[in-house]
Design a protein around this ligand. Structure first.
Ligand code: PEP
Ligand code: MN
Length: 447
């Protein structure tokens, strides 16, 4: 028996788990888990440690965290075009943030593993038919029929394979010349450039290009411009998957979840006595926890004690998702209480999940203005407390979808139907994402 078999506390309740056919001890789950255990790691422990060091820098106000990607990745959307557009969007946003703030930007995708979703209802009813809710491609299929909605443990194996293929492309794009800062113009190609935000980006790209030419003429051409570190992240939700991909690092002899560099625990699964927090406490990756508007200082302090008892720099990130109307009231006490405890966490703003509503047309949506207002509130609170607004967590896609309202293109409720493709929550499209980056860059510059 290796030490992994006794690492996690047995018998704890795991919220939001699928009703796998045969249960977690049945043959289908056992077979999937056995395969996952035999597969090579998707990420290395050393990379997770590097990310942790960067998070520590961001927590201290010396870097800014940018995390973005789909609410729910799907197997069907793991295409070269879709992956490339997401990476380009994140690289463009990072360039904007970095250019105006002069801070290094830590780039993290909600990507290469973000396939499982917690749901408010276990079931979905359409007309007189009730079926299990869609829980992400890791579990079942979005299509509304009994076969599609029945959880299938083999999907966990497909999650691994799709994550591996996605990461392979991510690594090629970010290490193989495409992410070279000299390509800052190229990242804008292929996107519809109707908008003022596109022009603004081009102007910035020209300025960066001139600065790079100037440096080169002076004999300065650093390798750090030629590739970027890009990290993967997802919500650690399906316990069988995450545990099967937990390995003992040969160098340090410590356990890491090698399914992604950074894992977060969602607002619905962060119970102190639950399986998810036990899991997160045991692995050495940098960990995030989502905090909603009802979170108390005691909740936050208890999470710190469980997840970061040794106060390790970069270990813990709190991702707040309060809602535009609540952040200015709910966040100050939390940040103040945590700061007074002496803990140094990274504070990240998720301005998406507290601002979701259903449009009259039935689509789940968010207003660009609410998203921006929550980020603004986040910066205001940190400024007034003298703490660091460490980063943003955004649901976005590089495609030209119509899922969130407003922005420069003024997407309206009737426009939502034009191109609504999200399998779960609404995402900012390419130009809304860039627009957000410019607005956040201004806040960061003036912080
Ligand atoms: C999510 O990030 O998609 C999510 C479900 O968030 P939360 O846990 O904050 O509701
Ligand atoms: Mn979501």
């Amino acid at each position: 028996m290796n030490s992994l078999d006794t690492l996690f506390t047995p018998g704890l309740v795991a919220a939001q788990q699928p009703q796998w056919p045969g249960g977690v001890d049945g043959a289908p789950v056992k077979s999937a888990v056995a395969q996952l255990k035999s597969f090579p790691p998707l990420v290395f422990a050393g990379e997770c440690d590097d990310l942790k060091a960067k998070i520590a820098e961001a927590a201290a106000g010396r870097a800014f965290w940018l995390q973005g990607g789909d609410c729910a990745e799907t197997f069907a959307a793991a295409t070269a075009d879709s992956i490339r557009n997401r990476i380009k969007t994140i690289l463009q946003m990072a360039a904007v943030l970095q250019y105006y703030s002069s801070l290094p930007v830590v780039k993290v995708g909600r990507m290469a593993g973000q396939f499982a979703k917690p749901r408010s209802n276990d079931f979905e009813t359409r007309g007189d038919v009730t079926l299990p809710a869609y829980r992400g491609d890791a579990v079942n299929d979005l299509e509304f029929n009994e076969a599609s909605r029945t959880p299938d443990p083999d999907r966990m194996v497909r999650v691994y394979n799709t994550s591996a293929a996605t990461l392979n492309l991510v690594r090629a794009f970010t290490q193989g010349g495409f992410a070279d800062l000299r390509q800052v113009h190229e990242w804008n190609k292929g996107f519809i450039r109707d908008s003022s935000v596109g022009d603004r980006y081009e102007q910035m790209a020209r300025e960066i290009g001139r600065a790079l030419d100037f440096m080169k003429s002076a004999g300065v051409d650093p390798d750090s411009f030629k590739s970027v570190d890009f990290y993967s992240s997802h919500e650690a939700l399906i316990m069988e998957y995450e545990k099967a991909l937990t390995r003992i690092d040969s160098r340090t002899q410590l356990p890491y979840d090698v399914s992604a560099h950074f894992l977060w625990i969602g607002e619905r699964t962060r119970q102190l006595d639950g399986a998810h927090i036990d899991f997160a406490a045991k692995v050495r990756n940098p960990i995030g926890v989502k905090l909603g508007p009802k979170s108390t200082v005691d909740d936050a302090l208890a999470l710190i004690d469980r997840l970061d008892p040794n106060r390790e720099p970069g270990r813990l990130t709190f991702i707040t998702r309060m809602g535009a109307g609540k952040i200015r009231e709910a966040l100050p006490a939390l940040v103040d209480g945590v700061t007074k405890s002496g803990a140094q966490v990274l504070w990240v703003c998720d301005p998406m999940h507290g601002n979701t509503f259903e449009a009259a047309t039935g689509y789940k949506t968010r207003r660009f203005d609410d998203v921006m207002d929550e980020v603004k509130g986040f910066f205001e609170v940190h400024k007034s407390l003298g703490t660091h607004p460490g980063g943003i967590h955004i649901e976005l896609t590089g495609d030209d979808v119509t899922e969130c309202l407003g922005g420069g293109e003024q997407i309206s409720e009737t426009d939502l139907a034009t191109r609504y493709e999200s399998a779960c929550d609404p995402r900012l499209n390419h130009s809304q994402s860039l627009e957000l980056a410019f607005l956040v860059a201004e806040m960061l510059r003036d912080r």
